[in-house]
Ligand binder design. Structure first.
Ligand code: NAD
Length: 530
């Protein structure tokens, strides 16, 4: 009995000294130490600087201590990636079979470890565990997809009318700076890193500071899969300093950025100095258009899934619902009812549909918009906002708010909120719906709900959006594409187009005649007479 009590005491002491987070068979000792990943090694900051990440569902709990990259660390990371690329070290640029095998293996590791990694994603992002699981598997699928493309970077050849040959080669763009956001930390990173590696590029990656552990899972999977040293280097730190130094770095060839439109604008301006290639995946203010013949139940489920998953912190989220006046009331009532039924809770609870927002700053931003909407006098179809009591007191929990009859020109209908706030806007005609849908600076996604296929396609053609769903929302095949019109970005991720982003195209013109008398020379200059 005495011994048992001793063990109990040691257990209690250990749990105080070394707190843990548990889910199922997984226990994570916190805070997790997250290091920089440079030259294939996990290393500390050369300046000894660190920062912390709190659990968004329990903000008095520090879940990670992260090494912050100094300028020296950053330069080293870029130099190493540069060296591997420029010298074709390990045959990285030329040996596509090696790249194929490593990418497949990475996918396999992520899939095998998905359950455990999902716990990490849920913990640091606040994403409910059911969704986090699917999220990790989606990232594995992206690595697998691009593994399959690594040996299919085909060029082209043209036999010209003069008998000569034009060869079109596709070559890796070089050293890539990947800067990723926190909202879907695994897939957003995979969409950059997997195609960049398939193409034969090398990468310096700065993940978002809120989700350092997800990034660590990816670089560990890559390392375990046999990635040669220096091909991918990972640095952490604030976007405004470390991130910005990276994207401005003169030895970087291509910047692949996902984040806010305002940050994208800054990066684009800075890239102009050296005409650096860029890919930008930015914000959205995406409409879901419900026509009078739509299945209201289908539309409501799609809007709740597409608008409120990840607590609305999703670039492609439906944040404006445009509804025909004849079904307006029916739709709003049912939408409010379904949204109200969502379980808002701890991310590591299997019943949770919506977790907390990612941070205090995000919470303040979202509550600011809710406050604005109420003060502006818009009808409130579902009242929500900051939750309190029990676990809610220690996390950034905000329940959905649905505003009705919103002025399409108001901030609520124009600006990206990135939270569980939906603006409903009634319309009378198809033309009016298209105009309202397009009348924002963004153009990422749109959804159309109708049973009329001709109307669906007609409207889809007129919408300024990179993805248009018909009778669905936020369903993204890896084989498809992702990217925005207008201020939602430049370039495309996923699918075949997502690989092209990381390729330069070179023409090699071959004279096959060997003749000194070339008609095109002779026409312009009398060289043969000189
Ligand atoms: P953010 O722009 O604040 O940060 C994104 C990343 O850029 C982070 O890693 C950050 O540290 C870094 N960063 C910040 N300032 C920088 C600077 N000046 N120079 C270089 N790097 C900098 O965005 P966020 O809050 O992390 O993410 C949310 C935004 O991302 C939303 O606007 C959302 O719509 C957008 N997003 C877009 C897509 C898409 O595919 N279009 C996908 C996910 C998220």
């Amino acid at each position: 009995m005495g011994i048992k009590r001793q063990y109990l005491l040691i257990g209690v002491l250990l749990s105080i000294l070394m707190p843990t987070v548990s889910y199922g068979k997984f226990t994570i000792e916190i805070p997790v130490r997250v290091k920089l990943f440079i030259d294939g090694e996990e290393v500390s900051s050369s300046k000894g600087k660190t920062f912390t990440r709190e659990n968004p569902a329990q903000f008095d709990q520090t879940i990670a201590v992260i090494e912050e990259a100094s300028t020296d660390d950053l330069n080293r990371a870029v130099d190493l990636a540069r060296e591997v690329f420029d010298k074709d070290k390990y045959g990285w640029v030329t040996n596509y079979r090696q790249r194929l095998r490593i990418l497949y293996k990475t996918a396999e590791i992520l899939r095998e470890e998905a359950e455990r990694i999902a716990v990490t994603v849920a913990l640091e992002n606040g994403m409910p565990i059911r969704q986090a699981r699917a999220h990790v598997l989606a990232a594995a699928e992206i690595f697998e997809f691009y593994a399959g493309l690594a040996d299919k970077v085909y060029g082209d050849s043209i036999v010209l009318s003069n008998g000569n040959v034009s060869l079109i080669f596709k070559e890796p763009v070089g050293v890539v700076a990947a800067v990723s956001p926190w909202n879907f930390p695994m897939t957003q990173a995979a969409r950059k890193i997997a195609p960049a590696l398939a193409a034969g590029c090398t990468v310096v990656w700065k993940p978002a500071s809120y989700t350092p552990m997800s990034a660590m899972e990816i670089y560990r999977a890559l390392a375990k899969a046999g990635l040669p040293k220096g091909v991918v280097n990972v640095i952490y730190g604030p976007g405004a300093t470390v991130g910005n130094e990276l994207v401005r770095h003169p030895r970087i060839d291509y910047v692949s950025f996902t984040g806010e439109t305002t940050t994208g604008k800054l990066i684009m301006q800075q890239a102009a100095a050296s005409i650096k290639r860029i890919g930008l995946e930015l914000g959205g203010k995406n409409p879901g258009i419900v026509f009078d013949d739509a299945s209201i139940e289908e539309a409501v489920r799609a809007i709740v899934f597409g608008g409120l998953r990840n607590t609305g912190q999703a670039c492609g989220a439906i944040s404006r619902v445009l509804v025909h006046e004849s079904v307006h009331e029916k739709l709003v009532n049912r939408l409010a009812e379904v949204a109200k039924g969502l379980v808002i809770g701890y991310p590591l609870d299997d019943n949770t549909d919506m977790g907390p927002l990612v941070s205090k700053a995000q919470e303040e931003k979202v509550l600011g918009y809710i406050d604005f909407g109420k003060k502006a006098g818009f009808k409130v179809a579902l009242d929500g906002g900051k939750l309190s009591g029990g676990i809610y007191d220690k996390g950034y929990f905000v329940s959905p708010v649905i505003f009705d009859d919103v002025d399409p020109k108001s901030r609520l209908a124009q600006e990206e909120i990135f939270g569980p706030v939906i603006a409903v806007i009634p319309f009378k005609t198809e033309q009016e719906a298209i105009e309202i849908a397009n009348n924002v600076i963004y153009g990422l996604t749109a959804s159309i709900f109708t049973k009329d296929p001709a109307r669906a396609l007609r409207v889809a053609r007129k919408l300024q959006a990179g993805t248009v769903w018909i009778n669905d929302a936020y369903t993204q095949p890896t084989e498809g594409i992702w990217g925005g019109y207008k201020q939602s970005g430049i370039g495309r991720e996923l699918g075949l187009y997502g690989l092209e982003e990381f390729l330069e195209i070179k023409q090699v013109y071959v004279d096959t005649t060997g003749s000194l008398d070339r008609p095109h020379w002779r026409t312009v200059m009398k060289i043969d007479k000189l």
